[in-house]
Design a protein around this ligand. Structure first.
Ligand code: UDP
Ligand code: MG
Length: 312
């Protein structure tokens, strides 16, 4: 009744954490095997996302010494989401678990994930029970972001990052989503199937620095919104409508003032302020439209999400 498990780990400049991460994950595979939850040929897939340090050399060396370790080398840095996809689509297991290389996510809950899968669940989300170890800034922005997505009608699992279990058939379904810019957290709930969550406490990165600087975080955040929601476009329409209504009311008010009193001062404020205000609103709206046009542009090119240089 045991199944073949593949654990996919994207790595970008992770030479500091790699030795410890691989040691712990191999120990976990051993443990799960003795529990008869997974088969002998279950394995780890480390995806090197174009690292500039010696991460690939470390992966290569370990793969030579252990039959449970595979390496996938991307031809250049393509970002976390693409590295993850490369790993998922190359891995051969019946069940796939994705996890970050820094092991901030508690690996011991993989056992619970497998047990849920046994009960017939196709997707198991790892959900953080607390965010104590993140900085207040990261916590605040992340929470606001989840709320914002929810407001815009995006179906998303709260406090879930990319730590999850997928069954083979869920992954096959994911393969049918042909978008080039995949925001996995938004797509997976769209797959349907029975799903469940397991909770864990998130630890601190035990070595190295975050590979998600603010710039990449903002890019991922914007992608998440423009890939799943047209609410910003509707807001522009609503805004334009309100501004029009407001200007009509203002015009009426001026006409009435002129007719009923003599006290209308010919001021420049009333003409200059609206010019700046409307200029700002228009530029902002064009910017939002541009975001969606850019997305169409990028999608129509249908460029590959990643290019694999080597698999071992
Ligand atoms: N990562 C990647 N490519 C990138 C950036 C990050 O494959 O361009 C990987 C990284 O090696 C790690 C995971 O994505 O395994 C999450 O990154 P990190 O832990 O730095 O993000 P944080 O936990 O700070 O959000
Ligand atoms: Mg991390």
């Amino acid at each position: 009744m045991s199944i073949k498990l593949s654990i996919v780990i994207p790595c970008y400049n992770e030479s500091e954490v790699f030795p410890e991460t691989s040691r712990r994950l191999l120990a976990l595979l051993d443990h799960l095997q003795t529990q008869a939850l997974i088969t002998e040929d279950s394995s780890l897939y480390f995806v090197d996302d174009g690292s500039e340090d010696n991460t690939w050399q470390l992966i290569q060396k370990l793969a030579e010494n252990s039959s449970h370790v595979h390496g996938i080398k991307l031809s250049r840095n393509r970002g976390h989401q693409n590295a993850l996809l490369a790993g998922l689509f190359c891995a051969e297991g019946d069940v796939l678990v994705s996890i970050d290389a820094d092991l901030q996510d508690d690996i011991s809950v993989i056992e619970n994930m497998l047990i849920k899968h046994r009960e017939g669940v196709d997707i198991v989300y790892g959900v953080r029970s607390a965010r104590d170890t993140d900085t207040a800034f990261k916590r605040g922005t992340a929470e606001t972001y989840y709320r914002l997505l929810e407001l815009m009608g995006v179906d998303i699992v709260y406090n879930h990052a990319d730590y999850r279990l997928l069954s083979r058939r869920a992954l096959t379904a994911l393969g049918d989503f042909n978008e080039v810019n995949l925001f996995l957290r938004g797509i997976i709930p769209l797959l349907g199937f029975r799903s469940a969550t397991v909770e864990y406490e998130r630890h601190e990165r035990f070595a190295g620095e975050s590979k998600y600087p603010l710039r990449k975080m903002l890019a991922l955040a914007a992608d998440g919104i423009t890939s799943f929601s047209v609410t910003p476009l509707r807001l522009i329409t609503a805004l334009g409508f309100s501004v029009c209504l407001f200007s009509v009311v203002m015009a009426l008010w001026i006409v009435l003032g002129k007719l009923l009193t003599d006290s209308i001062v010919p001021g420049w404020a009333s003409s200059v302020v609206p010019i700046y205000f409307l200029g700002g609103v228009q530029l902002l709206s064009i910017g939002v439209l541009g975001e969606y046009v850019a997305k169409i542009y990028l999608e129509t090119k249908r460029r590959p999400r990643y290019i694999i240089e080597r698999i071992i």
